[in-house]
Ligand binder design. Structure first.
Ligand SMILES: [Mg+2]
Length: 229
């Protein structure tokens, strides 16, 4: 990896444990708003439906089929409707609570800080994240990540979303890097891995569940980066 000078990380579920931080808040809200009674389901079913709905909405957002306001204002009600419950106003109240609480979560992926300490000795570290700026900065600052990174590139600030090649070109410009010096590490195959490879970068796939079908470079734990770099 001698040719690599710049390591770009995705944020959610690569460094910041979105699954855990978001899951904890959803579980609180599920109880506080008596969603068991209203949706006639359990939290596990609700949570998996929420995650599916949310990732579909993010795909639509990336394709510019919907805007941020739509994504935010309809997300919970779209989940509710799948359980034959429709309450737009309550959906907005839950959205407010969720957006207030979830970014304040401090759980990072295991060994995150130790690995960043190790990598920063020999590489410039950066973040490229698809997300909203006010939310992503709360996560980054609240969990102590900010000082490890030279550049933090948030999709909304530049109106570019991974896997768009242009966000990788922008990252090169901002960090003064050549594409052959860059590698992207992330949990999302399409946004992080395919996006980076299409841009002529290298990539390391870090899926939540090990993916046997992927033959490229991948890790199942951040500490494995110490063997690669
Ligand atoms: Mg991610």
């Amino acid at each position: 990896m001698k040719h690599i000078k710049h390591i770009f990380f995705d944020l959610d579920d690569t460094l910041w444990d979105f699954e855990k931080n978001s899951g904890q808040v959803l579980e609180q809200l599920f109880a506080e708003f008596d969603l068991t009674g209203k949706l006639k389901t359990d939290f596990v079913t609700f949570h998996s439906t929420y995650k599916k709905t949310n990732s579909q909405l993010w795909l639509q957002y990336a394709k510019k089929e919907i805007d941020k306001q739509y994504l935010r204002n309809h997300r919970f009600n779209l989940v509710f409707k799948q359980f034959d419950y429709d309450n737009y106003d309550e959906n907005l109240i839950i959205t407010d609570h969720y957006l207030n609480r979830a970014p304040k979560g401090k759980h990072l992926k295991e060994d995150c800080i130790a690995v960043l300490e190790y990598l920063k000795q020999n590489y410039q570290l950066h973040i490229i994240t698809n997300g909203f700026k006010e939310i992503q900065y709360i996560k980054i600052d609240g969990s102590g990540l900010r000082n490890y990174f030279s550049n933090i590139i948030i999709s909304e600030e530049h109106n570019l979303t991974k896997p768009d090649e242009q966000i990788f070109r922008l990252a090169e410009t901002l960090s003064g890097a050549k594409k052959e010096e860059c590698i992207m590490i992330g949990d999302n195959f399409t946004s992080d891995v395919e996006g980076a490879l299409n841009a002529g970068w290298e990539a390391i796939y870090f899926p939540g569940v090990p993916d046997k079908n992927y033959t490229g470079r991948s890790i199942s734990h951040l500490k494995q980066l110490k063997d690669i770099f």
